[in-house]
Design a binder for this molecule. Sequence first.
Ligand code: FES
Length: 174
Amino acid sequence: MAFTDADRRRAKEIIARYPHAKSALLPLLHLAQDRDGWVTPDAMEEIAGLLDLTPALVLGTCSFYTMFKREPAGSLVVSVCTNVSCLVNGGPSLLEGLRAHYASDDDVFVEEVECIAACDLAPVMQVNYEFHGPVAPDAAVDVIGQYQRGELVARTVSGTSLPETAGSKSGGTA
Ligand code: FES
């Protein structure tokens, strides 16, 4: 969705914080994602215009960071690591199990990610950027269910607009 006048005012406030407009690129991508739950092509065009950047550069930056979604994501983003430590500890089967379980659930977006620096918890997943591990597929579904029932509090997709949640790393969920 294209920016509204209110979005443009907010974007200009953000840009004014920086000595160079292009430095506001990541905050503006967060702004767009907070609004729509993902960064739409229209929003990328708008940001490129506001910062005098090419749309390709905005897309390239957006695609570099897995925290930015370029397709609609549900309210829960489940990120499963399949890098080395997680690979040898069941990360791929965790990913496969969750993808199958939530294949028809638009509210749970399951994605594969590179190492998320919690190798000691392998295999590890994040639910809206909260760490859980080591976690087996069945236990992972239980954890996600706790978020869906409000028993655990999830951040927004971009993680920029909600207060801290309890415990950034929780172990023993397998
Ligand atoms: S390899 Fe999975 S968190 Fe590092």
